[in-house]
Ligand binder design. Structure first.
Ligand code: FE2
Ligand code: FE2
Length: 236
């Protein structure tokens, strides 16, 4: 059974562009690196967000909690894409600048798509597990959080873009540590196969442990991209 899969995805859909796909040994090494690394010193908005998640969904790492994280994870990229696209409307007569901003639009779209695959993978795994989720907690409240987070990311990006990148770096760092920790505390994932139509777009994995390590590594790449942008946050 494949949960909510009601699609007719063409078999020819190509593996999507995004962070590099790692081999099993590299995924294990990445997990060890993350677990040995300290977390970032999170800023206040990130702390408020993580505390809200813990209060609503508990401290325990679960697929349902990860799904909420992924729904929210896409939001800053959507906000950045929108602001950058509007910026092009104002500066298209400076073609060099407009092209550099267009490059940011492209980056944001790729990251947004990558988060979207994470979201769809989790949704499918939860459906397959047969778990029934409370609609208010796992649909409506996450929508509300995503709406507020979009507004915060959008406003920060317009007023102080470096703060928006910092907030996202915190979010991604948290996600990276949570996924790698989830694999460490669930050894049965090492022998749980991963089978899905989504392998056509997200790749094949020897086990669900490797799948989650890959997602954790994607979050690290997103984090590093945001950290790099903090220094050159404004369009120039
Ligand atoms: Fe993600
Ligand atoms: Fe991410």
């Amino acid at each position: 059974m494949r949960g909510n899969n009601d699609d007719n995805t063409p078999a020819s859909v190509a593996l999507q562009e995004g962070p590099p796909k790692l081999a099993p040994a590299e995924l294990r090494a990445a997990q060890e690196e993350t677990l040995a690394a300290p977390r970032r010193a999170y800023g206040l908005p990130a702390k408020v967000l993580f505390t809200t998640f813990d209060l609503l969904y508990g401290k325990k790492r679960t697929l349902s909690k990860f799904k909420v994280l992924e729904l929210v994870a896409r939001v800053p990229y959507q906000a950045w894409e929108q602001v950058a696209y509007i910026a092009i409307t104002h500066v298209y007569d400076k073609t060099g600048l407009a092209r550099r901003i267009a490059e940011r639009v492209r980056e944001s779209r790729h990251q947004q798509d990558n988060e979207q695959w994470h979201l769809l993978i989790l949704e499918e795994l939860i459906a397959e597990s047969g778990k029934k989720e409370n609609k208010i907690y796992f649909f409506w409240i996450p929508q509300a959080i995503a709406l507020v987070y979009y507004a915060v990311s959008w406003l920060l990006f317009v007023l102080k873009p470096e703060e928006s990148y910092k907030l996202n770096a915190d979010f991604e760092d948290h996600a990276e540590h949570e996924y790698m920790g989830f694999v460490a505390e669930n050894p049965h994932l090492e022998t749980t196969p991963y089978d899905s139509d989504l392998t056509t777009v997200y790749g094949t994995y020897a086990s669900q442990a490797d799948l989650f390590r890959q997602i954790g590594h994607d979050e690290r790449v997103h984090k590093l991209d945001s950290i790099e942008r903090i220094e050159q946050a404004r369009f120039s």
